[in-house]
Design a binder for this molecule. Structure first.
Ligand code: CAO
Length: 445
């Protein structure tokens, strides 16, 4: 059987392109449309496919060669016995066609999984242009041959996350394989805590915002990045429910004000948060499942006999959660003193790691800032968090006097992990808190 010369087909607008990959060796058997070599210009990369099935006799190019239309790249002994691979055949398999008659359009890498466009087979005597990738910034960033792109697409890998180890950071097949291995061995948010099933999110679309207006890019602080990952993990791991309630703190606020000067003498600022922490520990004692964590395998509930309460603290660098330890042994003034100490350390970045560890339950108070209600994210592996918003005077109906009274109401938002806590207990917990906060005597007992 005669040997055929395979020439570079029409490569569109490019005078010459560089060979960046030779995909076959003498003796290899190829099917029609199998990629032979990969070439790249400064704007695009493309595979040159086998125009017909056969056995490679000689490879006439090597990586780094500059080639142009008509350049001899391969000699091939055609073989009718070798046919196209079934998965690469679009619609009915085309009959083998002469070398110069084939053109394969490689689709640009889609930003999300998309079906591959059909390969164009032109049974004419004139070479036709080989399609090139669209030259976008994204494509420029991830250099990879069409065959590697195809491989990545099949695995659902977005090449912009893959580090290339080839020349000029080119992404190779092994880079994609290593990336997939690495991703599969990473700890998965959905498996943390309770070993529930797979959870996958769609990749965020990559948008060039400069198309719509002027932009500025500012790096996130270390704290923001850390808390962002933790918040995301907690959000997708724990099925959140938020129970809203309101506590009548009219008497408590009067009491707090009456105690303010005495507290100041001890160098302490007595804020509502100290009372909330005290009330929370009382509620945690009454409802121990709130003072618990799921075991890592999700089979057991670990109940804690200590009461360490974290509080969200807003700092210029982001959110941190210092922990007031052993609250059950402290009075309100002790708690207030701890709050002052820990929040000033947080703002001066002087918190020690142990001062942010060991929390059982967290309070996030936005009362000093404003807002009516919000849905806080649980600080896992804790199972609940109390959000507190700004108190306000409201007309509250009094059954005894059959009249409305102006009362200071404090909005409470309790988010809990529904794997551990049922809705009924959620409502019982906030009712308990409401009762404690409305009656100073009970709170201070
Ligand atoms: N309703 C009305 N007023 C309130 C209030 C409430 N629920 N809570 C606090 N205030 C008042 C205080 O009484 C204080 O007023 P005075 O100075 O007149 O006494 C003022 O607001 C400021 O309080 P504060 O912020 O100094 O003290 P705090 O104990 O209430 O809060 C802290 C301390 C560290 C929790 C708070 O400074 C903070 O950082 N809050 C933000 C927490 C946060 O970001 N949470 C979101 C997490 S989720 O993204």
């Amino acid at each position: 059987m005669s040997v055929k010369d395979i020439l570079v087909p029409d490569i569109g607008d490019f005078d010459s392109v560089e060979v960046i990959d030779v995909l076959v060796s003498p003796g290899d058997t190829v099917a029609v449309d199998d990629s032979l070599v990969t070439v790249e210009s400064d704007k695009a990369s493309m595979d040159i496919p086998a125009p017909e099935a056969g056995v490679i006799k000689e490879v006439k190019v090597k990586v780094g060669d500059k080639i142009a239309e008509g350049h001899l790249i391969i000699t091939l002994e055609p073989s009718t016995a070798v046919t196209a691979k079934p998965q690469e055949t679009a619609a009915p398999a085309p009959a083998p066609t002469p070398a110069k008659e084939i053109a394969k359009v490689e689709a640009p890498e889609p930003s999300r999984p998309a079906p591959e466009p059909p390969k164009q087979v032109q049974p004419t005597n004139k070479p036709v242009p080989v399609g090139a990738h669209v030259d976008t910034n994204r494509e420029k960033k991830s250099h990879a041959s069409p065959s590697v792109r195809k491989f990545a697409r099949e695995l659902g890998v977005d090449l912009k996350f893959v580090q290339g180890s080839g020349p000029k950071n080119r992404i190779l097949t092994t880079d994609v394989q290593n990336y997939v291995k690495e991703e599969l061995t990473k700890p998965r948010a959905d498996n943390m805590g309770a070993g529930i099933g797979a959870f996958a999110t769609l990749a965020m679309p990559v948008i060039d915002f400069t198309k719509f207006g002027e932009i500025e890019t500012k790096p996130l602080s270390r704290i923001k990045k850390l808390s962002g990952s933790n918040l995301h993990r907690n959000w997708v791991t724990a099925p959140h429910v938020t129970q809203f309630d309101e506590a009548d703190i009219t008497d408590l606020e009067d009491f707090r004000k009456s105690m303010k000067s005495e507290a100041e003498k001890r160098g302490v600022k007595l804020t509502m948060l100290a009372f909330l922490i005290k009330a929370s520990v009382n509620a945690l004692k009454a409802y121990p499942t709130f003072n618990a964590s799921l075991s890592p395998d999700g089979d057991n509930l670990i109940l804690k006999n200590y009461y360490n309460i974290g509080f969200a603290c807003d700092t210029p660098d982001g959110l941190v959660v210092p922990v007031v330890k052993d609250v059950q042994r402290k009075d309100v003034l002790d708690i207030a003193a701890d709050l002052m100490d820990l929040s000033s350390k947080a703002r001066e970045r002087k918190l020690k790691v142990e001062e942010m560890q060991g929390g059982c339950f967290t309070i996030s108070s936005l009362g000093g800032i404003g807002g009516t209600m919000f849905t806080p994210i649980i600080n896992c592996p804790e199972v609940a968090i109390l959000g507190v918003s700004r108190s306000s005077m409201k007309p509250i109906y009094n059954e005894e006097s059959d009249d409305f009274e102006a009362r200071l109401m404090l909005p409470l938002s309790l988010s809990y992990d529904h794997r551990v806590i049922d809705g009924a207990d959620g409502a019982r917990f906030t009712s308990h808190l409401r009762m404690m906060l409305s009656d100073v005597r009970r709170l201070l007992l």
